[in-house]
Design a protein around this ligand. Structure first.
Ligand SMILES: Cc1cc2nc3c(=O)[nH]c(=O)nc-3n(C[C@H](O)[C@H](O)[C@H](O)COP(=O)(O)OP(=O)(O)OC[C@H]3O[C@@H](n4cnc5c(N)ncnc54)[C@H](O)[C@@H]3O)c2cc1C
Ligand code: FES
Length: 343
């Protein structure tokens, strides 16, 4: 796989410590609302990969743009925020991720977005996609920040509210507010907000959440407690840990042949536990898409066309995705025979 370069055309500081980076036309990156780009940087010791959610919407002819928050002591985000300049060329592995709308939304009436801080980035592009292109859907955004001055895309969201007011309900929550009952999202307040803003039963509503881990955990528990089907909730995790989340081993540790159709290329490799499919591919210098390598980001998603892949960990694919044959190469082992994957 060849890396896909992008050239910075424009940099804008949206709020202190958060910038958007817009790239020149002519890149070879196709994407959907809610996906991210993975950047690749070669250091003297290793290759580092970092993903940033795309805030633009291709169908609106917006130029490819990502949003980046400066992380204290962060290797890559500080490089981008403090030093990147217009004209700089960055390497990427293209767009990825499954934090997207389903192909068929005809059975859905409403989409709730629950965002905190820089978690707005993938949600902003999903929200615009819903409002502009899924006109039968009602949208609700509940967006938590410290104050209006730290709220990314505050004016743009207000503008969307003015434009789509009949279909779009927007609730800003500010944790520095003196009204403590509405300052922070908690279980009771989220229950009340979903009740106030719901226009249909939860079987016909989708929920997308992105923010700090504890925030998303609270949202997901609360929604499930209220009866939202697990299938209807999606989360995007920004903080990926370098450590494996589990040491679980596959039920079959025998070697199996894995064929991978990646675009127009076909690769064949023998995968033997303890290597995952991705690890076996890396050993043969086959460059597949990946980012976190721990089953948390969805960058390595593949379609299992033949055979069976057992996952040691999975934080991104829903039961429905798995039933539809999606799998993850970074935590995936072939079991019970040979496997054919398509990426
Ligand atoms: C699917 C996906 C989408 C993402 N989208 C975005 C996005 O749209 N905008 C964005 O700014 N970031 C996004 N991230 C996070 C981003 O990829 C980097 O992890 C982040 O910028 C830190 O990288 P770094 O090299 O600067 O810091 P590192 O050198 O990797 O880490 C430095 C320290 O900061 C901690 N840390 C890493 N990320 C965060 C965080 N987000 N908040 C608090 N602490 C953190 C790490 O645990 C570590 O201790 C996304 C990540 C994933 C997996
Ligand atoms: S690389 Fe992140 S889930 Fe596989």
């Amino acid at each position: 796989m060849l890396y896909k370069p992008v050239i910075i055309e424009h940099i804008h500081e949206e709020v202190p410590g958060f910038k958007t980076f817009t790239f020149e036309e002519g890149h070879d990156i196709q994407y959907k609302g809610g996906q991210y780009i993975t950047f690749v940087q070669q250091t003297t010791h290793e290759e580092i990969r970092r993903s940033y959610s795309i805030v633009s919407v291709p169908l609106l002819n917006e130029p490819l743009t990502v949003g980046v928050k400066r992380i204290e002591n962060g290797a890559f985000s500080r490089q981008l925020i403090d030093h990147a300049m217009v004209g700089d060329r960055l390497l990427t592995t293209g767009a990825g991720g499954v934090f997207t709308l389903p192909d068929d939304t005809s059975n859905i009436h409403q989409v709730f977005f629950l965002a905190a801080g820089s978690g707005i980035t993938p949600i902003y592009s999903l929200l615009k996609t819903v409002l502009h292109f899924h006109t039968h859907l009602n949208a609700v955004l509940i967006y938590s920040n410290t104050s209006p001055t730290t709220t990314i895309f505050l004016q743009q969201l207000e503008h969307l509210r003015q434009t789509f007011g009949n279909r779009f309900q927007l609730r800003f929550l500010f944790s520095n507010s003196t009204d403590l009952l509405t300052a922070r999202l908690n279980r009771d307040f989220l229950t009340e907000l979903t009740r106030i803003h719901s226009v249909c039963d939860f079987n016909h509503a989708l929920f997308y959440t992105c923010g700090p881990e504890a925030y998303m955990r609270m949202c997901i528990y609360t929604l499930q407690e209220q009866g939202v089907p697990k299938e209807n909730i999606r989360k995007e995790t920004f903080v990926v840990h370098s450590k494996k989340a589990t040491t679980a081993a596959p039920p079959d540790k025998e070697p199996h042949k894995v064929s991978i159709q990646y675009g127009t290329d076909l690769y064949e490799l023998n995968v033997q536990y303890p290597d995952t499919i991705l690890q076996a591919a890396k050993k043969q210098n086959i460059l597949l898409p990946y980012s976190c390598e721990t089953g948390r980001c969805g960058n390595c998603v593949a379609h299992c066309v033949e055979g069976k892949v057992w996952l040691s960990y999975n934080e991104v694919l829903t039961d429905k995705d798995l039933q539809n044959g999606l799998t993850l190469t970074c935590v995936g082992y072939p079991v019970g025979g040979d496997v054919l994957l398509k990426i």
